[in-house]
Design a protein around this ligand. Structure first.
Ligand code: SAM
Length: 265
């Protein structure tokens, strides 16, 4: 087979470090009958060892050249290739039951992809992703830190997350300019309360973080008045990063109770 030329626009940095690959597969812990979906199989660094442990594997890949290589290399009875964009892929369509999702994700689309994947919380047992280290630091951040933001709140609302492995640039070909890490995400619905209207929670969080340096009073103007802050026992002088996830859920539920509805696009 011809040598594949990595495509920057698809975030192609291929894993080549055998111990990193083994650590990821060990963390995923695939069992023969598990339904596993790999996002962006690329040249198969994780795909091959996953398939060695599984009866069948699903992959979602956008690059046509890579798709034809995968078709040549793996029989269709073992590997289902879903050709297309993971950002709009319906992960629930693959199986009736629960899924495991795994991937060394293209870094250029990691934030929108995480928001898309977050909607499958009910459908997955766990997800393991290689991402830029800074993104994982934002995902697992504590309140009142510089990394704590919209991504943190919306993912911690739905998942327990753990940074399980640091991966240096040399583990890839070509090496990326940044350090990477692997995150484990396990659905934990209700861990920070239950939002009556999740779309409203998302809007409230986006609005609260619209200007990080400003106070909640400022960012939530027109949404939450002084009485609202008092009823929720929240200090209007706090900044968005000071509020734990539970407080965002309380805030969204308070607004739902006052008749606010999420604006539909
Ligand atoms: N899993 C391989 C590895 O670890 O060596 C490749 C990882 S590479 C960082 C990202 C992979 O995702 C590439 O195969 C790329 O073509 C694919 N990809 C990029 N954008 C995608 C998208 N929107 N949907 C599906 N796959 C995508």
């Amino acid at each position: 087979m011809n040598k594949h030329i990595p495509r920057k626009r698809f975030g192609q940095n291929f894993l080549q470090d055998a111990s990193v690959i083994a650590n990821i597969v060990h963390a995923v812990n695939p069992q023969p009958d598990d339904v596993v979906i790999e996002i962006g199989p690329g040249l198969g660094a994780i795909t091959k060892p996953l398939l060695a442990a599984l009866k069948h594997l699903h992959v979602v890949e956008i690059d046509r050249d890579i798709i034809s290589r995968l078709q040549t290399e793996f029989p269709a009875e073992r590997l289902s290739i879903h050709a297309g964009d993971a950002l709009v892929f319906d992960f629930a369509s693959v199986a009736e039951g629960k899924l495991k999702i795994v991937g060394n994700l293209p870094y250029n689309i990691s934030t929108p992809l995480l928001f898309h994947l977050a909607t499958y919380g009910q459908k997955v047992t766990d997800m393991h992703f290689m991402l830029q280290k800074e993104v994982i630091e934002r995902m697992v951040a504590e309140p009142s830190t510089a990394d704590y933001g919209r991504l943190t709140v919306m993912l911690q609302y739905r998942f327990e997350m753990e940074n399980i492995l640091h991966v240096p640039p040399e583990a890839f070909w070509p090496p990326p300019k940044v350090d990477s890490a692997v995150v484990r995400m396990i659905p934990a619905p209700g861990r920070c309360g239950v939002a009556v209207d999740e779309a409203l929670l998302e809007q409230v969080v986006t609005t609260a973080f619209s200007q990080r340096r400003k106070t909640l009073k400022n960012n939530l103007k027109g949404l939450l008045d002084a009485d609202g802050f008092a009823a929720l026992e929240l200090d209007p002088g706090l900044r968005p990063e000071n509020l734990p996830v539970e407080d965002y859920v309380r805030l969204a539920n308070y607004l739902s109770g006052k008749g606010h509805k999420a604006k539909r696009p």
